[in-house]
Ligand binder design. Structure first.
Ligand code: ADP
Ligand code: ASP
Ligand code: MG
Length: 407
């Protein structure tokens, strides 16, 4: 008998009819298998709860925020358990705390520290389907926490690891991981398999089909993840360790992230301690910086630029005004609307000229590159936000990603 963890995302459980459909899908996998079903909040419920909190307070208390956000998933588990029961199956719903999902206490971004899955095991042994609320846990101070946006993916992967499940199936509104977001690039191609490291880069550079931390967890514990469609039966994409015979393309995928902003500090004196002062002030506000670029100084001065989440832009600008004065910089310039486009592929390790092909393709479309960063298997460019989708399509064509040209 196999043990499967199945996770259904928000759009798959958006209304009562969709929840009933999910229940039918679960019923179809029930014979001969033990099932743990992890669900997200219905539709855009989490966005709605966040907006509601902002109407009450500009700076909501993180503990209360988690208390609020965790309600979304609790609705879905009860409804899905009822739907399964009315189809004649034994099912029982569980919150994160009830399944022993222990976390640290960083509210809204908590990290899993331990899972005590006894309660789920007992339910499975009693022949029940365990329906588990994604995205939530309990801190060592017995407080409810949430695992960051998209965190139901992490709940599913972590339970799969703890229960030594045979596979973790992520059911969503697309039928797999594509070479680019299929909602933007019509000729994007579904990948049959993708290596953990590539999926990690794709996810962290903007492909929200899997939460980045869930991929880290899957890699660490060797969980095979199968991303597939809630609405269609065909097999999706397997996320596994790198193997011979996998995709041989130089560029496996193109991603974009439109949630970025850019800040530059102008004419910063070029002396030790300045970067530490600037980024110390930013990190004291719990703002996570992404790309950082500093030019070589000309006459004892340099410009320093970095990107950060758009939602943190206003706070960072407010904080840096004083810092800029204090360190003797000329001032700050900022752009609230930039995007990052990236190409990803393990083939880049053994290939030269990839970055220059990328820059040339963007130049042909008249897209200016503001910042560049590279890793072993990715190249990213910061550009004006309005060109994000054009840039993704252009790069997808330039590297012939739809055909999967081989190394
Ligand atoms: P869920 O609600 O099921 O968690 P998400 O909205 O989080 O679903 O993730 C699925 C979405 O991810 C798709 O609708 C698609 O627009 C987007 N996406 C972005 N990049 C990719 C990609 N490379 N392959 C597949 N989907 C992608
Ligand atoms: N409901 C949460 C979110 O929207 C978690 C998830 O859907 O994975 O981020
Ligand atoms: Mg998601």
């Amino acid at each position: 008998m196999a043990l499967l963890v199945q996770k259904f995302g928000g759009s798959s459980v958006a209304d009562a009819e969709k929840i009933t459909n999910v229940a039918r899908r679960v019923v179809a996998s029930a014979p001969g298998n033990q099932l743990v079903v992890v669900v997200s909040a219905m539709g855009k419920t989490t966005d709605g709860l966040l907006a509601l909190a902002r109407q009450i307070s500009a700076t909501p208390d993180p503990r209360e925020m988690d208390m609020l956000l965790s309600t979304g998933e609790q609705v879905t588990i009860a409804l899905l358990a009822m739907a399964l029961q009315s189809l004649g199956l034994k099912a029982r719903s569980f919150t994160g705390p009830q399944v022993g999902m222990r976390t640290d206490h960083s509210h809204t971004q908590a990290r899993i520290t331990q899972i005590d899955a006894d309660r789920v095991r007992r339910a499975l042994d009693a022949g029940e389907i365990a329906v588990v609320a994604g995205f939530q846990g309990l801190s060592d101070q017995e407080e409810i926490t949430t695992l960051g946006r998209g965190g139901s993916d992490l709940t599913a992967v972590a339970l799969a690891a703890a229960l030594k499940a045979d596979v973790c199936e992520i059911y969503t509104d697309v039928d797999g991981v594509y070479t680019a977001d299929p909602n933007i690039v019509p000729d994007a191609r579904k990948l049959a398999r993708v290596a953990y490291d590539e999926m990690l880069e794709l996810a962290s550079l903007g492909a929200k089909v899997l939460q980045t931390r869930s991929v880290e967890f899957a890699k660490k514990y060797g969980v095979t993840v199968h991303v597939r469609s809630t609405f269609r039966p065909d097999p999706g994409t397997l996320v596994t360790k790198e193997e011979h015979g996998m995709e041989q393309a130089v560029v496996t995928g193109v991603t974009h992230d439109r949630s970025q902003a850019k800040i530059s500090i102008l004419r910063v004196p070029d002396r030790p301690g300045i970067a530490a002062r600037v980024f110390g002030a930013i990190s004291a506000k719990n703002i996570v910086v992404d790309m950082i670029v500093q030019n070589i100084s000309q006459d004892g001065y340099t410009d320093m630029s970095f990107t950060l989440p758009r939602g943190d832009h206003a706070r960072a600008v407010a904080e840096l005004g004083d810092v800029a004065r204090e360190i003797g910089a000329r001032g700050i310039a900022h752009d609230e609307r930039v995007a990052k486009v990236s190409i990803v592929g393990v083939g880049m390790r053994s290939h030269s000229g990839v970055a220059s092909t990328m820059f040339a393709a963007l130049a042909r479309e008249g897209i200016n590159i503001q910042m560049i960063s590279t890793s072993e298997i990715a190249v990213s460019c910061v550009i004006e936000d309005k060109y994000a989708e054009l840039a993704v399509r252009t790069l997808h064509d330039a590297f012939d990603v739809a055909r999967g040209v081989t190394r």
